[in-house]
Ligand binder design. Sequence first.
Ligand code: 5GP
Length: 344
Amino acid sequence: MHIEKEVKYDFSDVLIKPKRSYYTSRKEVDLERKFKFKWSKLTWKGIPVVASNMDTVGTIGSAKVLSKYNTLTCLHKFHTAEELLKIPNSIKKNVAITVGIAEGLQILYELGERVKLFNFICIDVANGYTEQFSDFIKQVRAEFEKKIIIAGNVCTPEMTEQLILSGADIVKVGIGGGSACITRNVAGVGIPQLSAVIDCSDAAHGIGGMVMSDGGCTCSGDISKAFGANADFVMLGGLLAGHDENSETITENKSTGEKTVEFYGMASSFALEKYYRENKGKDYKASEGKLVKIPYKGALEDTLLDLLGGVRSTCTYIGAKKIKDISKCTTFVCVNNQLNNIYT
Ligand code: 5GP
């Protein structure tokens, strides 16, 4: 047994210090960034904010809206090849097809020649620490040499390097921080997200890879903090859920008029039963996600513009002209949450 005594931070443990800035208006800020990826050698230009591959977030409807603003959508992995092929070609460059180890690469084979139209593959597993996962990334890289591969999740620098060296261009960083996640309670596992991003991005950038901070953003300020911590991309679940484009059922409380939608973790009993009918009778398998009701939020476009407006605002406070400059202009200050809790 070993204890690491260095304190690790979550988004809520810090604030970003304001700095002298030449920019007075949010309009002056450029949120698009051009990337060139280590293995695929492809370039992609866009706003590096990403919809999570949850079935209540990463839908084709979400992708159509998000792509208008050149943001990225990792589609959930339950789409059929037929559905994927119906996506307009102009949008395909801004979506990732998600695969897991259990399903394998079947969906990519089913797309045949037309898999060429998609730039990104997202390989998503709850626990990216197995040798089987690294081997799977190697297989995907060998078979789909020219695709931008996003793979995760991990939350430590050594494993970030391992996934990049296995063939990932972008490593998804985040275990236990998701809004519908209960891994930290069920398994006691995880690293506070801000520190995970700082440590993993340092490791990734050292060998030419990138990181995508995944989970734990509860507001636009958290997105800015993730970029400040040197994330190249920031993935959002709950913040982008609950909209017309990704809600199956909207429930209205007749007495209060309040509208809600169901949002659940992809490892929750609800999702496992919905897609795999597998949770019942498997006593060894604990659910690591929860089902919650969140407010219905209307059009996704409005939320996206609010969130991006918040990030622009951060840039004007710290003197960052481009999204890439946020980390260079960021000094975090630790805040005493104990005190915050007393006064709020
Ligand atoms: P959010 O932005 O809602 O805080 O976090 C979204 C992220 O939570 C997802 O992209 C994914 O990495 C993670 N996640 C989604 N479902 C589950 C789950 O059931 N269990 C766990 N541990 N994490 C989940």
